[in-house]
Write a protein that binds this ligand. Structure first.
Ligand code: FES
Ligand code: FES
Length: 221
């Protein structure tokens, strides 16, 4: 029945106003996994609670650096105490890297530095000059194809909210580059620095085992 507020008749709400017919859970997951874009706004909320998105307000003098990020040389002005997570998100626009705790506890900010999984919230940008930084945006192939870990995450419907997913993927990529055929316990250990508030740990383990070439889902030992 139509409501009546201040003398105005309001139309009946239609269900399809609230539910996109074209969006499936798998499509949502694919968007999160490719770039982290679907949950990037959450990262801003977390960040604003802990530090300023305007680095100049923190004081200090910015110096121009050139960083090797995702295979590109990126010049950027950086404060002495600026973290890599801040530089990536707020200066280079790479918001797939999330900020959760901003203190080295949750793993949401994980990137690889020279192939090693690293917390970007706990890494000073000045310390990674000349090193090879890879973020979730840098995983796609030359033709835009997903990395095998990203594809496996989709196949296993790994994420729930998706906030922790870029960090989980970067840790898994670093593992598989060093150890292409890990055991399930080795995967569990490699992802142990990545917390998931949704508790999707088994889904992530299944996905990494699939990406490691174990074919179908490996039984949970
Ligand atoms: S945001 Fe870096 S470990 Fe939590
Ligand atoms: S999927 Fe929600 S925090 Fe991990």
């Amino acid at each position: 029945m139509a409501d009546n507020t201040n003398g105005r008749d309001l139309p009946e709400p239609q269900f399809d106003q609230f539910v996109s017919k074209a969006t499936s859970r798998r499509q949502f997951i694919k968007g999160v996994i490719a770039s982290g874009a679907a949950v990037s706004a959450s990262g801003y909320l977390f960040t604003l609670a802990g530090c300023s998105p305007n680095p100049k307000s923190a004081g200090g003098i910015e110096r121009l650096l050139t960083l090797n990020v995702n295979g590109q040389m990126r010049p950027v002005d950086v404060l002495p105490n600026e973290t890599l997570a801040m530089t990536l998100r707020y200066k280079l626009g790479l918001t797939g890297t999330k900020l959760g705790c901003d203190r080295g506890e949750c793993g949401a900010c994980t990137v690889t530095i020279d192939g090693v999984a690293s917390y970007s919230c706990s890494t000073l940008t000045h310390s990674v000059r000349g090193r090879k930084i890879t973020t979730i945006e840098g995983l796609e192939g030359a033709n835009g194809e997903l990395h095998k870990v990203q594809q496996a995450m989709i196949d296993e419907l790994g994420p729930q909210c998706g906030f922790c997913t870029p960090g989980q993927i970067m840790s898994a990529v670093a593992l598989l580059d060093a150890n292409p055929h890990p055991t399930r316990d080795e995967v569990r250990h490699a992802l142990s620095g990545n917390l998931c508030r949704c508790g999707a740990y088994d889904h992530y383990l299944n996905a990494v085992m699939r990406a490691a070439g174990n074919g179908e889902r490996v039984s949970q030992a």
